[in-house]
Design a protein around this ligand. Structure first.
Ligand code: PLP
Length: 364
């Protein structure tokens, strides 16, 4: 079986360095808010070509903390992509703000700036964009919309470490960008971890307080904060892996380019290939009208696939208040998407086998 993703293999090249870093942390006797976090925050801000990085406990908290720091009025409308993972939207409703779902561009499957503009009302206060599957959304146009309508722009780049838009890193565009370092991500920890990048010094400072009970000096609390810190162990491990992120993304781009060149199967829709070198290719998401058949066919031939995602947010029980909302583009995407294996450790032979097998699907 070709696994969708084997994390043992992904981390194998770094095992010795991870063991050394972990031992260093264990022996330091300092496990929360220390030197490992400081140096990772500095390195990740530099990597994202921005001023500030604040390490937090996970990607969901990163989005929540940005919204909390922006201190938006209750019932403010927040524009969110209809096609995304639920974690992009949960912070909005958790903070009693109103998510306004916007359909994607049918080709890129990412939030469509023209549709965002149509959804803006006097109650709109922010736009959350998502660089889903590893490709940057149309962030330049969305930042312009933010300026035009005086809205905050937040990017969820949980799937897009290392992606760029017109040559500039995601993480440097929006008012603030949220990252997840969940183990399967392009930059993955060995546990939960996340970060926020921003060029806004005041926002960065407030988030630094908020992630630590609203405090930066022990027992002095300026805000009603939360406990959401990126611990020293995960920061040290991320510090080991960050220098290799670009090389891993280059390998992802090679595989994506080959899939785009060689996959030929009728009714199979490929992801856009116009920005291969800007995309971080977290996932290689194709579409097929007979998804269940294709998934079973590949499984029977030893290729493990995945579906990102099977059910749209507005059709989840958790969001039953939106159950009558009809978002046809998003709903069709959720019925058709399949993620093929794409990761830095898959071999050329495995890629060749996947291509050959997919291409024979309609010739069986
Ligand atoms: C698009 C997106 N946003 C947010 C998250 C949340 O990240 P985390 O699992 O670290 O909370 C994830 C990952 O799970 C994600 O894929």
């Amino acid at each position: 079986m070709i696994p969708f993703l084997d994390l043992n293999q992904v981390n194998a090249p770094y095992l010795q360095a991870i063991e050394d870093a972990s031992l260093r942390v264990i022996r330091s006797g300092w496990y929360i808010l220390g030197n490992e976090l400081n140096s990772f925050e500095k390195a990740f801000a530099e990597y994202c070509e921005t001023e500030h990085c604040i390490g937090v406990a996970n990607g969901l908290d990163a989005i929540t903390l940005i919204l909390l720091a922006l201190d938006l009025p209750a019932d403010a409308e927040i524009i969110v992509p209809a096609n995304t993972y639920i974690a992009s939207v949960l912070p909005v409703s958790y903070l009693h703000l109103k998510p306004v779902f916007v359909e994607p561009d049918p080709h890129t499957m990412l939030i469509d700036p023209a549709r965002i503009e149509q959804a803006i009302t006097p109650a709109t206060k922010a736009i959350i964009t998502v660089d889903l599957y590893g490709r940057s959304c149309e962030i330049a146009a969305i930042v312009d919309l933010g300026r035009k309508y005086k809205l905050k722009v937040i990017t969820d780049a949980a799937q897009a470490h290392g992606a760029t838009h017109t040559g500039r890193k995601v993480g440097a565009w929006a008012d603030a960008t949220a990252f997840s370092f969940y183990p399967t991500k392009n930059l993955g920890a060995l546990g939960d971890a996340g970060a926020i990048t921003t060029g806004d010094a005041a926002l960065a400072e407030k988030i630094r307080y908020l992630r630590n009970y609203g405090s930066v000096i022990r027992y002095q609390n300026e805000y009603q904060g939360v406990n959401s810190r990126l611990d020293e162990m995960q920061a040290a491990i991320l510090g080991v892996k960050l220098p290799y992120l670009d090389a891993e993304n280059t390998r992802r781009r090679e595989i994506a380019a080959r899939y785009l060149r060689e996959l030929q199967c009728s009714d199979l829709m490929l992801p856009p290939g116009d920005r291969i070198d800007e995309d971080a290719w977290h996932l290689f998401v194709v579409r097929h009208p007979r998804r269940a058949e294709l998934v079973a066919y590949l499984e029977a031939r030893g290729v493990q696939t995945n579906v990102h995602y099977p059910q749209p947010i507005h059709k989840q029980l958790a969001y039953k208040e939106f159950k009558d909302l009809h978002l046809p583009l998003t709903e069709q995407i959720h019925e058709q998407v399949i993620s093929l294996p794409l990761n830095p450790v898959i071999t050329d032979d495995e890629v060749a086998y996947i291509i050959q097998t997919v291409n024979q699907f309609d010739r069986q």
